[in-house]
Design a protein around this ligand. Structure first.
Ligand SMILES: [Zn+2]
Length: 235
C-alpha cells in the first residue's frame, strides 16, 4: 500500500512570531519538519518540533539525501559522500595532533640542548651552529602544521556545507506511525465535513419512503460488517 508521505523529513524554520507547540513536548518552537515528496503525496506532512529532539535517536536518525529535482521522488543518497569528507576531516585532525606533539617534543629537546651548550665551555661558534641546525629541523613541522590547519579548516567548511545541504531526518517507526495516524484522522474529519456539506448526502423529501413503505430493501445488509445474521435473532 502506498503511504501518503515518506518517513524522511527536511528541517525548516519559521519566524519567531509563527512559533507553535512542539509535537513531542508542546513547548513553542520555530522549527518545522516537512516530509520529502514522494509519488503518492499530494501535500507534505509537517509538524513543529524542538531541535533538541532531532539529536535523540528515539525520535529520528540523520540521513544525507539530495534535494529531489522532481516533486514525486526522494533525492539521491549522499551518505557516502558525507562520510568520506568526515573521514578526511578525522584524518587531518589526527595528523595535526601528531605534528603538534612532535613539535612540542622537539621544542623541549631544543631547550635541553641549548641549555647544555650554554652551560658548557664549547666555543660560541659551535653553539650557534647547533642551535641553527636544530631550528632548521623544527621549521618543517611548523610549516606542515600551518598547511594542515589550512587544509583542515577548508575541509570542515566543505563538510558543514554538505551537512547543511543534505541533512534529513528519518522518523523513528513509532513517531512515523503517530504522524500517519494524525494524517488519517485529518482525512476522516475532512471527509466527514464534506459529507455533511454535500446536499446529495441526505435523501430529498421526494426520495423518502412513503409511510408504510419499507426503506430498507434488504440488499445492503450483507455489506455492513457490523451486522451478522445472528444479530437479528433478538427476543
Ligand atoms: Zn519539544
Amino acid at each position: 500500500m502506498q503511504v501518503p508521505f515518506t518517513s524522511i523529513y527536511k528541517l525548516r524554520k519559521v519566524a519567531d512570531t509563527s512559533a507553535r507547540s512542539c509535537f513531542v513536548c508542546y513547548k513553542p518552537s520555530v522549527s518545522v519538519l516537512v516530509s520529502l515528496p514522494n509519488a503518492s503525496s499530494k501535500d507534505p506532512d509537517f509538524f513543529y518540533v524542538c531541535e533538541a529532539h532531532l539529536r535523540d535517536s528515539n525520535f529520528c536518525s540523520i540521513r544525507y539525501i539530495e534535494e529531489s529535482p522532481s516533486q514525486d521522488s526522494v533525492g539521491a543518497d549522499k551518505k557516502s559522500e558525507v562520510l568520506s569528507i568526515q573521514a578526511e576531516v578525522a584524518n587531518l585532525e589526527k595528523r595535526l595532533r601528531r605534528l603538534e606533539d612532535k613539535q612540542k617534543a622537539a621544542a623541549s629537546t631544543l631547550n635541553a640542548v641549548v641549555g647544555y651548550f650554554t652551560k658548557s665551555s664549547v666555543e660560541e661558534k659551535k653553539d650557534d651552529d647547533s642551535k641553527e641546525s636544530i631550528s632548521k629541523e623544527l621549521k618543517d613541522p611548523k610549516l606542515e602544521i600551518v598547511d594542515v590547519k589550512k587544509e583542515l579548516s577548508f575541509k570542515v567548511a566543505e563538510l558543514r556545507a554538505l551537512e547543511k545541504r543534505f541533512t534529513r531526518y528519518q522518523l523513528d517507526p513509532a513517531i512515523y506511525r503517530a504522524r500517519l495516524m494524525k494524517f488519517h484522522e485529518r482525512q476522516r474529519q475532512k471527509e466527514h465535513q464534506k459529507f455533511l456539506q454535500n446536499p446529495a448526502s441526505f435523501p430529498s423529501v421526494s426520495s423518502l419512503p412513503s409511510p408504510g413503505e419499507k426503506a430498507d430493501k434488504g440488499d445492503d445488509k450483507s455489506n455492513d460488517p457490523g451486522v451478522s445474521p445472528g444479530d437479528n435473532q433478538t427476543e
